[in-house]
Design a protein around this ligand. Structure first.
Ligand code: GS8
Length: 220
């Protein structure tokens, strides 16, 4: 396959881009990765995602697809002959997998962002709520290996990029996620055993440095 058939407009620290990289790796799709400077977006990005002007964008045969979870669903369908399927085929289970990916976007993402954008009492509240939402995931996980059962898929892909943020969240929030939510951390580590995941996530220390820089820039 010609690599230029599939292009990813990327930013290394973006969780949303990591989802796309994991899905492409699961399907064994070769692609060309173009790193964006979000402070000075390329013409290509503005042209390919004129509505949100955000990464990730997957360009397949010149046609753009935006929004990470939508891109992952697209990858699953466009390369459906390549195993493994990322979404269950049963309509009910498929709806459940989408529900949990949406939950991650609404609750986990929001909770994590509040941890590094607040201070004092607000930060304490954000930490408590973040742990509560992770506990909800623990309940859903139960004794299963992955969120939807015994195979890795769409809902896990939505969540696992947050794992490389855990170190920054724990350091900035002065907390231990592993102590509060051991099952979530064991699940994240299980996902990390897959090459598709470990190769798509950056070093947590690098993510922490990046976060600190952003926080410092905000206050100066
Ligand atoms: C979010 C993408 C996003 O926020 C998705 O793909 O799932 N719901 C979308 N992208 C950010 C970088 S990651 O924090 C982005 O492109 N920001 C640029 C901007 O807001 O100008």
């Amino acid at each position: 396959m010609d690599v230029s058939e599939v292009v990813l407009l990327d930013f290394w620290a973006s969780l949303f881009c990591m989802r796309v990289k994991i899905a492409l790796a699961e399907k064994g799709v070769q692609y060309d990765c173009k790193e964006e400077n979000l402070a000075n977006k390329s013409q290509l990005l503005l042209q390919m995602n004129p509505v949100h002007k955000k990464i990730p964008v997957l360009i397949h045969h010149g046609k753009p697809i935006s929004e990470s979870n939508i891109i992952v669903q697209y990858i699953d369908e466009a390369w459906q002959n390549k195993h493994p399927p990322l979404l269950p085929s049963d309509p009910y289970l498929k709806a459940q997998a989408r529900f949990w990916a949406d939950f991650v976007d609404k609750k986990i993402n929001d909770g994590a962002r509040r941890i590094w954008s607040t201070k004092g009492e607000e930060l304490e509240k954000a930490k408590r709520e973040f742990i509560e939402w992770l506990n909800v995931l623990e309940e859903q996980l139960g004794d299963k290996a992955y969120l939807m059962g015994e195979s890795f898929g769409y809902a896990d892909i939505a969540m696992v990029p947050f794992y490389c943020w855990f170190y920054a969240l724990e350091t900035i929030g002065k907390m231990s996620i592993e102590k509060e939510c051991p099952k979530v951390v064991a699940w994240m580590k299980r996902c990390m055993e897959r090459e598709s995941v470990s190769k798509s996530l950056p070093d947590p220390h690098k993510v922490y440095e990046f976060r600190l820089q952003k926080l410092n820039n905000k206050t100066t």
